[in-house]
Every structure is written in structure tokens, then in C-alpha cells.
Design a protein around this ligand. Structure first.
Ligand SMILES: [Cu+2]
Length: 379
């Protein structure tokens, strides 16, 4: 009994010492009351084509002193950024005669706590399972964004310390799942409804319009639609994207070589590397007739770019921004064969028209012989 009483007194003294030192350090909330909450960043289909451009769930309510840990779900790239009413950094910006990704976007700043003021940025969270944590020290409602994906935004409501929580983590996770499947369902609808445009020109050529990424409402389709297109020599193809969350490029290159880079880090004497964007501007001309690099440069939502194809061949292209998500396409240019001729399942040759024609002629001749009608010459 005496031993436990001694332990109790020692424990109380220790607790007092801890509390008073915490008080002296200015910590308003005892550490043992703080809770860590989990929020998802984005989500995708297994082939990376469909992306949820959202924080999941979009809004959560926590208390002063609590921490949030964000974890990325997709093999994609996002940021968690509190602007506190300030301006968002551009994703890419000119610097002299090159284009770079500014350090303010790419690298962490601010943190590890947030009181509703200043810039706090996770930097690029690239790939699945990357985390960023932030402790909220002041009650208020705070909006945050992904710097790379306009429209990808979330809200953290911070209550006074000790308030009751409206949701458990399990309920928050369930809400996140509902929102994720809603966004991916939206992206799938955008994928299914994408249509190739085509217009016959007076000179016998055709102008096609390929969907260069589709999306909206925090959902994106990272694909050229259709992925593979057959055209005739002389036809032109325009790439037009309408996804407010994304920029893309249309970049033709030799598939036997390397896929062109989006960002190339250039080491600096001190500090983080400079992030060069080598294919931000158009390169080469717009008539694709070899395996050289022909590049549209970065295309913002609503911007289009047109290439013509004077020479038969198979031309491979990529969006340099979304190569990791497999945003590739081909244009197959034939000499004279109609662009719409259906292909066999093996994909190699056209339908066997010659045997069909020969069979029809044999049947016609047989009919003539049987009926013994005189043959007439056909003009
Ligand atoms: Cu892209």
C-alpha cells in the first residue's frame, strides 16, 4: 500500500512537471489529447487512365492540436498546399530562354504545423503511398489545393480543442470511398462518351479530331481517344483536350529510342536541383513524315494542335506529362486504302476481299451457264 501511494505521488509530481513545461513552451493542448487523422490524395483505375482529382474525403472536421496525415493513392503526382489566401505558384514558368518547374511548387515549404497563415506546401508527392503530415494549432476553416491540378481542393474545419468529433476515422474512410467511386465513375463516363471527330475536305483528304484527355468535376481521363487511329496520306489530325485539371502534349518520337522526358533535374551548386521542362514549347514542324521528334508543346485545356501526315507509316506519340500513366497513341498512315476499312482480329491484314470477289464471280458464271442466257458486256 505504501509503495503504491509513493508511486501515485511521484506520478502526480511528474505529470505536474510535464504540464508546466508544456505550458511554459506555449502548447495550449496537452499532447495526449491530440488525434491523428488520415485523408487520401487522389485515386485511379488500375491502368492509371481514370484519375480522381480530389482529396478524399473533400472535407473533414478535427480539433485544435490534431494532426492530419495525407497519403497518396495513385501512381500519379499531387501536392497538398495551404495558400492562406495567397496566389498559387505556376506549374511551369519561363526562366530566361528555358521553361522550369518553380521550386515553390516542387519542394516542401512551411510546416510541420499550421495556424491558418502563410504558405504550407508538401512539394511533389509522386507515386503511391507518399505521405505529408500537418498539425493544426488554431480553430478555423482552411481550404487547401493541389498546385498541379486546378479544381482539386479540400477543406479542413478545425474546432476548439476538446470538441466532440462529428465522424470517426472509419466513417471518414467510408465517405472517402464513396467520393472516390463517384469521381472514377464520372471519369469512366467521360471515357465512354469521347468521340473521334472527322470532316471530309474538298480535296479528298479528311480532318480528324482526337480527344486529348477528357474530364471535369475532379475526374480525368489520361488517354488519347481513340488510342490508335488509321488515316490516309494527306489527312490531318487535331488534338483537342477539354479537361480543366490537366495539361498534355502531343509528342511524336522514335519508339526504338527513349520516351521524351517531362522534367529533367539539373543539379545546382547548393539547394534543390533546377527542374527543366525540355518539351514545353512546340518543336519541329507540323508535317509528321519521319520518326523524328515532333512536339505540340504543353496544351492547356481548350488548346488544340494539328499535325498532317503526308507519308505512309506508323507514327508513335506520347503525352510527355503523362507517360508514367501510359498516355501513348499511334497514327497509322496508309497510302490509298480507305481509313475506315475494318481490320481482322489479328490486326495484320484487311478483310479477305479477293477470295470473296472470286467466289461471287464463280457463282455468277454458274448461274449464267445454268440459265443459258446470252452474255452481255458490262461497261
Ligand atoms: Cu497528358
Amino acid at each position: 500500500m505504501r509503495k503504491s501511494a509513493v508511486r501515485l505521488v511521484v506520478g502526480m509530481l511528474l505529470a505536474l512537471a510535464v504540464c508546466s513545461s508544456a505550458w511554459a513552451a506555449g502548447a495550449a493542448v496537452p499532447a495526449q489529447d491530440a488525434t491523428t487523422w488520415h485523408v487520401g490524395v487522389g485515386g485511379e483505375s488500375p491502368d492509371h487512365a481514370l484519375q480522381a482529382q480530389a482529396f478524399l474525403p473533400t472535407k473533414i472536421t478535427i480539433n485544435e492540436g490534431d494532426m492530419i496525415t495525407w497519403t497518396t493513392n495513385p501512381e500519379f503526382v499531387h501536392t497538398v498546399t495551404f495558400l492562406s489566401g495567397g496566389q498559387a505558384s505556376p506549374v511551369v514558368a519561363p526562366e530566361g530562354n528555358i521553361v522550369i518547374q518553380p521550386a515553390a511548387t516542387a519542394f516542401p515549404s512551411g510546416g510541420p504545423s499550421y495556424d491558418g497563415t502563410g504558405l504550407v506546401n508538401s512539394g511533389l508527392l509522386e507515386g503511391k503511398g507518399k505521405t505529408f503530415s500537418l498539425t493544426f494549432t488554431k480553430a478555423g476553416t482552411y481550404d487547401y489545393v493541389c498546385l498541379l491540378h486546378p479544381g482539386m481542393a479540400g477543406t479542413i474545419a478545425v474546432q476548439a480543442a476538446g470538441s466532440g468529433y462529428p465522424m470517426t476515422q472509419a466513417q471518414i474512410d467510408a465517405q472517402a470511398n464513396v467520393e472516390l467511386y463517384d469521381k472514377l465513375g464520372q471519369a469512366n463516363q467521360d471515357l465512354q462518351s469521347a468521340q473521334l471527330g472527322s470532316k471530309a475536305n474538298g480535296n479528298g483528304t479528311t480532318s480528324y479530331t482526337v480527344v486529348n484527355g477528357a474530364g471535369g468535376n475532379q475526374a480525368s481521363v489520361l488517354r488519347f481517344l481513340p488510342v490508335n487511329l488509321n488515316v490516309k496520306a494527306g489527312d490531318s489530325v487535331t488534338w483537342l483536350g477539354n479537361d480543366p485539371h490537366e495539361v498534355h502534349t502531343v509528342t511524336f518520337y522514335d519508339p526504338a529510342g527513349k520516351v521524351p522526358d517531362f522534367i529533367v533535374p539539373q543539379p545546382q551548386p547548393s539547394g534543390p536541383p533546377k527542374l527543366i521542362v525540355p518539351h514545353a514549347a512546340p518543336e519541329n514542324d507540323t508535317a509528321v513524315d519521319s520518326k523524328d521528334l515532333y512536339n505540340s508543346g504543353l496544351l492547356a485545356p481548350g488548346q488544340s494542335y494539328t499535325f498532317t501526315f503526308p507519308t505512309p507509316g506508323v507514327y508513335t506519340y506520347v503525352c510527355v506529362v503523362h507517360a508514367p500513366q501510359q498516355m501513348f497513341g499511334t497514327i497509322t498512315v496508309s497510302a490509298g486504302q480507305p481509313a475506315s476499312l475494318p481490320r481482322t482480329a489479328t490486326g495484320g491484314s484487311a478483310l479477305p476481299l479477293l477470295p470473296l470477289l472470286a467466289g461471287a464471280i464463280v457463282l455468277m458464271l454458274l448461274g449464267i451457264l445454268i440459265r443459258r442466257t446470252p452474255m452481255r458486256s458490262v461497261p
